[in-house]
Design a protein around this ligand. Structure first.
Ligand SMILES: [Zn+2]
Length: 224
């Protein structure tokens, strides 16, 4: 599972569109076709072009394209750096609790988790969930996806009981608010049946858990 910041609505473009925007679109097209490494190269190019401009929207979209692709193609340090840049840009442009900013913060937490900064990753993602549930409601897609992903981080660190608590809350909210057959409900069920990632074990730093506070769960349970 990978959290990706949704793209802003894209206006129709003509021959005069900016080179960075064209490269962003090309990276997105390559990603849609499943060619992640080619998409990553185009995203690097788009990011370089966007940083030469003063267009904050292009810089934001270029970072939003590059950060998850860097993570997915194994450029873990670049993913952390780009996510940090993305969070700063999104916060300045959209505000601290905007949905796209929350997805950016969730992505950065995931990037930290991939390199074994487990306690920080879980604490940051729990904070994202708390903000999302308060600002957008526990049933909002950003809240449910963040909570479900938090369960994955706990599970991969070996904290199966806390992971199960997160999933139980997510299932309760999904059953109450999502329409029958909603794909996210099925996704939560799939994750509940998925074992911990073997890849994470090699980098995990939570072999002896020091459980961080789960501030988001009590409020979501109450609100749901
Ligand atoms: Zn871990």
């Amino acid at each position: 599972m990978h959290l990706t910041m949704p793209r802003a609505p894209q206006p129709a473009r003509g021959l005069h569109q900016m080179p960075a925007r064209w490269a962003i679109d090309h990276a997105a097209a390559r990603q849609t076709l499943g060619d992640l490494h080619d998409a990553y190269q185009w995203a690097v190019y788009a990011h370089t072009l966007a940083h030469r401009t003063n267009h904050s929207a292009e810089r934001l979209d270029a970072a939003a394209m590059l950060a998850p692709l860097a993570a997915l193609t194994g450029h873990v340090d670049q993913a952390v750096t780009t996510y940090r840049d993305l969070v700063d840009l999104a916060t300045a442009e959209l505000g601290h609790s905007h949905e796209r900013t929350l997805y950016a913060r969730a992505g950065m937490a995931e990037a930290h988790h991939r390199v074994g900064r487990c306690e920080k990753a879980i604490r940051d993602l729990a904070d994202v969930y708390t903000t999302a549930a308060r600002r957008h409601g526990p049933e909002a897609p950003v809240s449910l996806k963040t909570l479900t992903h938090l369960a994955c981080l706990y599970r991969d660190c070996g904290w199966c009981d806390v992971a199960q608590r997160c999933l139980t809350v997510a299932m309760t909210i999904a059953a109450r608010y999502l329409p029958q057959g909603d794909p996210h409900g099925a996704r939560i069920t799939d994750i509940a049946a998925t074992p911990a990632s073997e890849n994470h074990r090699a980098v995990c730093t939570q072999a002896t858990p020091s459980r961080p506070a789960l501030t988001g769960l009590s409020s979501s349970t109450r609100t749901a």
